[in-house]
Design a protein around this ligand. Sequence first.
Ligand code: 5GP
Ligand code: MG
Ligand code: MG
Length: 178
Amino acid sequence: MLPYAIDEMISAKSIAARVEALARTISDHFADTDKLVVVGLLRGSFIFIADLVRELDLPVEVDFIEASSYGDGVESSREVRILKDLRSGIEGRDVLVVEDIVDTGWTLNHVRGMLEARNPARLEVCALLDKPSRREVDIRATWTGFEIPDEFVVGYGIDYAQRNRNLPHIGKVRFLPS
Ligand code: 5GP
Ligand code: MG
Ligand code: MG
């Protein structure tokens, strides 16, 4: 691995304020739901989903999908594999997919298509981060936390080669000359 430094891009305080605002919007949108199925995409969304569900003023069920596209590199492979599927059926249910970053859009496109095929009543997506300049598939989250430039980021659940998920803020990785 190349030596690198991490520069803070979004503070823990800004993230908390934004998560609270997103949760209010989502609670309003699904106000009449029986029970919302909140689906986290492992592993990058685990901290975001934990914070988000605690701010939701709704009955919720939490489930997870693990999709892989990246391996340990920094480039999307465009091929999405499902490593772990939902435990529960979602037919006729209200579903919120929680994603860490929408980058090229391949992952969300694949997961969304797979879940839509199961005929949920409503399916919306909340992504913490969006890099619109990187998009290869015409898809967007219903709600986005922050739009960011084309930088490789870590922290708040998001890793670089499985490290830095425990940073409380979002930082950008700056590679150093070795
Ligand atoms: P996409 O399929 O949209 O290209 O990529 C989606 C996934 O790639 C994200 O959910 C995330 O796991 C990973 N990814 C995209 N950009 C970054 C980044 O800047 N840092 C890290 N660590 N992962 C990223
Ligand atoms: Mg992800
Ligand atoms: Mg990753």
